[in-house]
Design a protein around this ligand. Structure first.
Ligand SMILES: Cc1cc2nc3c(=O)[nH]c(=O)nc-3n(C[C@H](O)[C@H](O)[C@H](O)COP(=O)(O)O)c2cc1C
Ligand code: SF4
Length: 507
């Protein structure tokens, strides 16, 4: 229930600007915004960039950083007495092991930023190309009008690149069809899935392309307000987008752009948690329906898209839906694949949607060592054996294979990696990042991590005997996708690598 006159949406930004986050600061923000003190306190505790603001160096614990030696970095910092904290994936998997400083910029990295493909006009996003502030596609959209833009979008077969692969044109039509004339578009730039850093590169290299896609979406859906929610740990991305927005202002007439930074909660990438966060609350996913297209930001019909989805739109419109569709294989268009782990050249590569792992790794400089397993789409996608290396890396094929493309954050593991250890890393991630709203997820993620720990400590497979049941309960009883898939890494690792979960094995 909103208190009359309360300015809840200001809470997080106000907390962000408080020099010290103590009880007095919370009371001040509560007083100024009219939001109850307990709510302000709850919001502050929820977000790690607020609750642990002065923690020192933030050392990434994502799988790729773990593989590259983040434990040694933690030990080094501890030995030097340097304040630090272990955090979930920082989206710097190409630079593993990585850590960020108090200003949230990368302070320690094992490598330079990874490469992208060189300029190629046949690529819809074309990360290697020069960003372009002419907004020709937006002008084209104005000439064509909403119905013809929607027809091109449908012909293109563009599926959302944020994870679910839902057809974009259906969401645009749904928002456009709502009776409420006050609509909103939102760019989901909260990229935080372990193994994924494609949106980071897109915002840094092609900010105009992202904003142009957003402006076209606003034009077609009739939105006059656009929000961009950028991961807090990506300050350079927000700066690139804001600079582009200032430059593009004359072309964006009629559209008001709002930029919001995340505060260090992975769950805010989930679309309804993200909306809650923009509204100044803890990022806890909402029950659906109603879907955001019906009741989204501040209760208004809302179109929310991933950065990459929006970045596909301008070229798609200029070259036509059929052109875009033909860039893919069984599914339409190209895909930005982030790849890291045991490959020679971790980076972001735009390839036809549906390439195989071997094709992707060939572009990424080849395998490093002898490959044993891969995770095709972030932590949620689990682990697959190399016998499945020919599975097309697209939404449908991976789903049929019992995995998911998700955000296409591919991590390759060589034959030195124990899959029980790897499953534990992902279990820790989900336990840390569960928002805690539903009991099956809050308790289940902890029970699974504890079970793997017991197995790794004692070498007794009996420690894992309830894991499948716990996973089932989580899938059945969770509100959002996090709880539904959090057991997948462990379940898939046990299914495909039973030898790593056998008896008498001690680590
Ligand atoms: C736990 C969880 C985390 C998510 N994280 C992201 C994210 O970081 N970025 C993103 O675009 N979508 C993320 N999603 C998907 C969004 O909920 C939503 O489907 C997406 O933003 C819609 O955009 P699209 O249609 O362009 O894919 C996440 C979903 C879940 C369940
Ligand atoms: S499934 Fe987990 S992350 Fe999602 S709403 Fe429930 S507790 Fe939160």
């Amino acid at each position: 229930m909103q208190r009359k006159g309360a300015r809840r949406h200001e809470v997080l930004e106000r907390l962000e600007h408080e020099p010290v986050l103590d009880a007095a600061a919370v009371a001040r923000v509560a007083q100024d915004t009219g939001v109850p003190e307990a709510d302000v306190w709850g919001a502050m505790r929820f977000y790690s960039l607020l609750s642990r603001r002065d923690a020192g160096l933030r050392v990434c614990q994502g799988l790729s950083c773990k593989l590259a030696g983040s434990d040694a970095l933690l030990a080094e910092l501890a030995a030097a007495g340097q304040p630090h904290v272990a955090v979930s994936c920082l989206g710097q998997c190409d630079r593993a092991p990585a850590a960020i400083g108090a200003d949230l910029h990368v302070a320690r990295a094992g490598a330079e930023r990874g490469p992208v493909l060189p300029d190629d006009p046949e690529l819809p996003v074309n990360l290697g190309g020069a960003d372009d502030a002419r907004y020709a596609a937006l002008a084209q959209a104005r000439r064509l009008g909403p119905d013809r833009v929607l027809a091109e979008l449908e012909a293109a077969g563009l599926q959302g690149r944020g994870g679910a692969g839902f057809p974009a044109h259906l969401k645009w039509r749904a928002v456009r069809g709502e009776a409420d004339p006050e609509r909103t578009v939102v760019c989901n730039a909260d990229e935080a899935e372990p193994g994924t850093f494609k949106d980071r590169e897109t915002m840094l290299r092609r900010p105009h392309r992202v904003l142009e896609g957003l402006a076209i979406a606003a034009l077609v859906t009739g939105a006059r307000q656009a929000w961009v929610y950028v991961r807090g740990e990506f300050p350079a991305c927000r700066a690139a987008l804001e600079a582009a927005a200032a430059q593009a202002a004359p072309q964006l007439h009629g559209l008001t752009l709002h930029f919001v930074s995340g505060h260090g909660a992975y769950i805010c990438g989930e679309e309804t948690a993200l909306l809650e966060s923009i509204e100044g609350k803890r990022g806890m996913p909402r029950l659906k329906p109603p879907f955001p297209t019906q009741r989204g930001l501040f209760g208004k019909p809302t179109l929310i898209h991933n950065v990459e989805t929006l970045a596909c739109v301008p070229e798609l419109l200029l070259r036509g839906g059929a052109w875009f569709r033909a860039r893919g294989r069984a599914e339409a268009g190209t895909k930005l694949y982030s790849i890291s782990g045991h490959v020679n050249s971790p980076g972001v590569y735009e390839l036809p949607l549906g390439v195989t792992l071997d094709e992707l790794v060939a572009v990424a400089g080849g395998y490093r060592g002898n490959p044993r397993a891969f995770s095709p789409g972030g932590a949620s996608s689990g682990f697959l054996p190399m016998s499945m290396r020919d599975t097309p890396l697209d939404f449908g094929s991976l789903s049929r294979a019992g995995s998911m493309l998700g955000s296409a954050g591919v991590v390759v593991l060589d034959d030195t990696v124990d899959l029980a250890w790897a499953a534990r890393q992902q279990a820790v991630f989900f336990e840390d990042e569960s928002c805690g709203q539903c009991a099956p997820c809050r308790i289940g993620t902890r029970v699974l991590r504890q079970a793997v720990d017991r197995y790794l400590d004692g070498g007794d497979p009996a420690a894992l005997r309830h894991a499948a049941d716990v996973g089932w309960e989580m899938d059945e009883g969770s509100i959002c996708g996090l709880g539904m898939v959090a057991s997948w890494p462990l379940q898939s690792a046990r299914r495909h690598f039973p030898g790593d979960f056998g008896p008498h094995k001690r680590r």
